[in-house]
Design a protein around this ligand. Sequence first.
Ligand code: AMP
Length: 182
Amino acid sequence: MKTICVYCGSRSGNDPDFGKAASLLGSGMARRNMGLVYGGASIGLMGTIAEAVLEGGGQVTGVIPRNLFRNEVIHPGMTQQVMVDGMHQRKEKMADLADGFIAMPGGFGTFEELFEAITWNQLEIQDKPIGILNVNGYYDSLNAFIEQAIDQGFIQPRHRSLYRVDPDPENLLDSLERQCAD
Ligand code: AMP
């Protein structure tokens, strides 16, 4: 597994453990020679993980829509910037460049990206490992909602296997690597 696309908050959230987890994930990726693909920002958890990968000597690729985000938000230290025309093209490009996906805590942008990746696996448009980094139970209520959707017959029980959930960055990376090797 050479490249992981990380979806995460453009804010840091209220729990300092979110930032710590972003740093641990980034340093773990760099140690394993896994490059980061992400939204290219220097703010929030996005900035924290990019810094951690760069500090660990890893490669960081930001996929950035032209004219959408203000220039000061764009991370100046990235290894590579890929400019695209809009948000749809951006998500497609991020997915193309990645061998797998991890969602960290975040807001609507993160949820939307995570669900798109899961949906593409479900539709067999792609077959790439997806992990949810469940820092301090941030995604517990989302998991409960997904269980409700399974109970109500909208999601097939076998589709639970479309993604992995783990609170620990190293365990999650191990699990995605194993899945990639299978
Ligand atoms: P959110 O979770 O709503 O903060 O959105 C974060 C996700 O949406 C990230 O994974 C990015 O891909 C994208 N995104 C949202 N805001 C920005 C921004 N200012 N710069 C770059 N990407 C962003």
